[in-house]
Design a protein around this ligand. Structure first.
Ligand code: PHE
Ligand code: ZN
Length: 883
């Protein structure tokens, strides 16, 4: 394991590399416990200055077997090799060839970083700093080299041998039972994009003709027998390839594109050049095994990794501080792809829900950091909602501010100017400044200032002067290391909605129309005036969630109901319902804590009834509107002294009230949407099932016996996983006999399929009852569970800690104890997984005093434990705010 890095890495300390690598020839002889790696590097001095610098190569847990320079063994006194560094103090001041032989043990690699085994498959994961676990190397993204990889392995053990690029040679090693393959990747790449795979894999093949007429072979490799479950992934890949050509003019560049699905993976997937490695959860799908939601995630992640080929691979990051340069941009691209493939409004609402549930929470707590951090202790801990999701919002804001044409021109310039380079955020933004002639210096604060801006907007209509004045005040709360902030540039998309529901024309006081309906807010406080407004409008602000802000507007309940029914911006129709519900829920939490009863809100119920009745709406939109704000949304709104029991109770009560009030309509819609049709994961089918299951969920929330038996019946007769899992999810929230029966049945049906058993773990972890903690503990001993597999750990333990706020935050602290003890047990084996699990405690400071003290005590026990990994040490220190 790595020794603790006491000193942080700082952006301002960046220096170009002293030594560059032009080519890498790797020769890897796979063996379960003693894999021999020979690396031949051609090195040359960087452009760093006059004096030839020492050559310092990164390593981690390596054993050096031999070292040759320009064909001759390097004398022992001329180098120092430790397990985590190889130093040649006085290398020749010119280009030379270095041959390094190391030995590694893939079976002992439980971190799943570097070369490891997933089942019987050999695979690699090198982002961010895993290549140094394979060989000594300047393991930093601004060192880009051309790789040739020879892999050799036992023929029966690993009949398939893959690496980046194109296959150039393959054959037997005579008389040894072994064979080899040689792959060459002509595109210079950083070491984190290196990959190799060996194993007994089946493959599904297809073809894609690019826009310039080149034929590309597409292959998805999976465990033998799983081939039929690759149809959706392959289809998604082809659609993503086509979309990148049309939307961004980007074409694929190698002759072959491969995806390998493995069962043991720390993250979702990895964009290695020409050889993406995936968590099999994001590849495998069939109607019987995967839900609509799984289908959507697979499509999005396949697209995401594919899109990295241009945003991440062809143009990579200069250093890890620039992570959002590839991740935020690529998330933006995959969101746009999904929006074009499905419903734009529904995609946007789902994305914003995710942003608020994860990124806003992160931004409001001790782990808050800028989209581009200025400092880190452990880069693994910065693959966060802020870098990914807020990073995507920042790119989206550029598009909103500059308009679609300038945005496309800026992207074209970025690809033209920086292809083949390791770039920075400044270089990216400069492309947009150049094509649009816009000054973007203030905009850069989105990359450097952490925290969610709060915007207070107050509008006033003056009938006498026929003007509408909108006063906008922005502020940005302090975050760790950033006590005071500068004002942001906020693109605020607005509409003024007239009584008939139509938007009034927006003319600024100077007589010009407001371009694209977007106000650019730059000052701490600013007033915008619209002329020629003939009636008192209702303002619709931050349409489409044009900026990732927390908006407080002076809208009455009547205004919100009006917007919910009439706004032409679907996002704000949905938002209006959410705001109504959130206001009520926050009041009710306070009422319940004061020993009173929850209130009803006839206005909210009417608004929901109207949306449910509006036959013109996309059923997927209606389903989202019927989904009340989550517990995390309510807790965030309350902001301090949060009692998770009261939050849960208020929400559960309101769900029951809505279900009761709308029961007639909900039953009607349920039946109307039930007519038998074959399962198809297309937008229409998804929407129909989403609404039907949302209706069922609200009905079951009433605990009416007829609703419970409807769910039990749906569970039994469902011909697809979406409907079966939805019925089970809603049933499992309530202590009814049907629940135990259905859970047992589910396990019995799917016990042979780990990815489905994961759903079974998650559903049980989410049960909002005191017995759940013991149930989860007991399940860790279940034969289907394993602490060594990240998907199992996440589906049971992370689900408990993140999706069951009530039971994780038990008033006796036992939830915190269980999770932190699990973190400590996992840490020596898989620090990345442990650190991520620990981040479930990131909101401890907003809890009411008893829980806050218990959470803090649990965190302190982690901090005091001996021999923490850098990953867990960093998270615990920042979470406690004591570093
Ligand atoms: N780069 C991957 C992605 O977002 C995520 C990842 C990071 C995977 C680190 C593995 C390790 O596409
Ligand atoms: Zn990514």
């Amino acid at each position: 394991m790595r020794t603790e890095e006491a000193r942080p890495i700082r952006l301002e300390d960046y220096r170009p590399p002293d030594w560059l690598v032009e080519t890498v020839e790797l020769d890897v002889a796979l063996d379960p416990t003693a894999t021999r790696v020979r690396a031949a590097l051609t090195l040359k001095p960087g452009s760093n200055g006059a004096a030839p610098a020492p050559l310092v190569l990164d390593g981690e847990g390596l054993i050096l077997k031999s070292l040759m320079l320009d064909g001759a063994a390097v004398p022992a006194e001329q180098y120092v090799a430790t397990s985590d560094r190889l130093t040649i103090a006085q290398p020749p001041p010119r280009a030379f060839r270095l041959e390094i032989e190391t030995e590694i043990d893939p079976s002992a690699n439980t971190q799943l970083l570097g070369l490891y085994r997933s089942g019987r498959i050999y695979c690699t994961q090198c982002e961010a700093e895993g290549f140094r676990r394979i060989t000594y190397f300047p393991d930093r993204p601004d060192v880009m080299a051309v790789y040739t990889t020879r892999i050799e392995a036992d023929k029966t053990d690993a009949p398939v041998l893959l690496a980046n690029g194109n296959l150039v040679e393959a054959g037997d090693v005579p008389g040894s039972g072994r064979h080899f393959a040689v792959w060459h990747d002509p595109f210079p790449k950083p070491s984190y994009l290196f990959a190799l795979v060996g194993g007994n894999l089946a493959c599904v093949e297809d073809r894609f003709r690019t826009m310039s007429g080149r034929d590309v072979t597409l292959r998805i490799y999976v465990e033998p027998g799983k081939e039929p479950r690759c149809v959706h992934a392959m289809d998604s890949l082809k659609r993503a390839m086509r979309w990148d050509e049309t939307a961004f003019g980007r074409e694929y560049d190698l002759d072959i594109f491969m995806i390998v699905a493995v069962s043991d993976f720390n993250m979702g997937a990895m964009e290695n050049k020409g050889l993406n490695v995936f968590n099999d959860k994001y590849v495998l799908a069939s109607p019987e095994t995967a839900t609509d939601n799984d289908y959507e995630r697979i499509e999005a992640i396949i697209a995401h990794e594919y899109f990295h080929n241009w945003t991440g691979n062809r143009i990579t990051c200069r250093d890890w501080f620039q992570l959002c340069l590839k991740e935020g941009l690529t998330v933006f691209r995959d969101q746009e792809f999904s929006a074009d493939e499905r419903s734009r409004a529904v995609e946007r609402i789902s994305d914003v829900r995710g942003l608020r549930a994860h990124q806003f929470v992160e931004d409001a707590g001790p782990l808050a950091h800028p989209v581009r951090p200025a400092l880190y202790h452990e880069i693994n801990n910065f693959y966060t909602a802020t870098v990914y999701e807020k990073g995507a919002e920042v790119v989206r804001m550029l598009k909103t501010l500059l308009g679609p044409d300038n945005f496309r021109k800026g992207m074209d310039l970025y690809f033209a100017r920086h292809d083949g380079e390791a770039a920075t955020v400044e270089q990216f933004v400069q492309c947009f400044a150049d094509v649009s002639g816009t000054e973007l210096a203030q905009f850069m604060r989105w990359y450097s200032q952490a925290g969610t801006p709060e915007v207070i907007a107050a509008g006033r209509y003056d009938a006498r002067t026929r003007t509408y004045r909108l006063e906008v005040v922005q502020s940005l709360p302090p975050t760790p290391g950033q006590p005071s902030k500068e004002p942001m540039v906020i693109p605020l998309a607005v509409g003024l909605v007239g009584r008939d529901g139509r938007d009034l024309p927006l003319t600024l006081a100077d007589g010009r129309p407001l371009a694209r309906g977007v106000l650019t807010v730059k000052q701490p406080s600013e007033t915008f005036e619209f002329a020629d407004i003939g009636e008192a409008p209702v303002p619709s602000l931050n349409r489409g969630f044009s900026a990732p802000i927390k908006l407080v507007a002076n809208l009455t309940a009547d205004d919100l109901r009006f917007l919910a029914a009439r706004d032409c911006d679907p996002f704000n129709r949905w938002q209006a319902v959410q705001t109504l519900a959130t206001r009520l829920l926050v009041d009710n939490v306070a009422a319940l804590r004061a020993g009173g009863a929850a209130h009803r809100d006839a206005g909210l119920l009417d608004a929901l009834a109207a949306i449910l009745d509006d036959g013109a709406l996309d059923p997927a939109f209606v389903a989202l509107a019927l989904t009340l704000p989550g517990e995390a949304d309510i807790a965030r709104e309350i902001g301090r002294d949060v009692d998770p029991d009261a939050v849960f109770a208020a929400r559960a009560a309101l769900r029951a009230v809505v279900g009761e009030h709308l029961a007639g309509a909900l039953f009607d819609h349920y039946r109307r949407l039930s007519e038998a049709r074959p399962y198809r994961p297309d937008a229409a089918g998804v929407a129909r099932r989403a609404l039907r299951n949302a209706c069922l969920d609200l009905l079951v929330a009433t605990r009416r016996p007829d609703a419970i038996s409807l769910a039990a019946r749906q569970y039994q007769v469902a011909d697809n996983m979406t409907d079966r899992a939805a019925a089970l999810a809603t049933l499992s929230l309530y202590d009814v006999p049907e629940r135990a029966a259905a859970l047992d049945d589910f396990y019995a049906r799917y016990r042979g399929d780990p990815l489905i058993v994961d759903k079974w773990f998650t559903l049980q972890a989410a049960i909002p009852e005191p017995a759940t903690l013991d149930r989860v503990k007991a399940l860790t001993a279940h034969s289907a569970f394993s602490f060594a597999n990240p998907n199992r750990v996440r589906s049971l333990i992370s689900a408990f800690a993140m999706a069951n706020q009530k039971e994780f935050n038990r008033a006796d602290g036992a939830g915190y104890d269980f999770v932190t003890e699990t973190v400590l047990a996992l840490d020596p084996k898989n620090p990345q997984l442990a650190a991520r699990l620990l981040s479930a405690l990131k909101s401890w400071r907003v809890l009411e005093p008893t829980r806050r003290a218990l959470a803090q005590a649990a965190l302190r026990r982690v901090a005091a434990a001996p021999a923490l990994s850098p990953d867990v040490r960093d998270i615990v220190a920042r979470t406690l705010g004591e570093d």
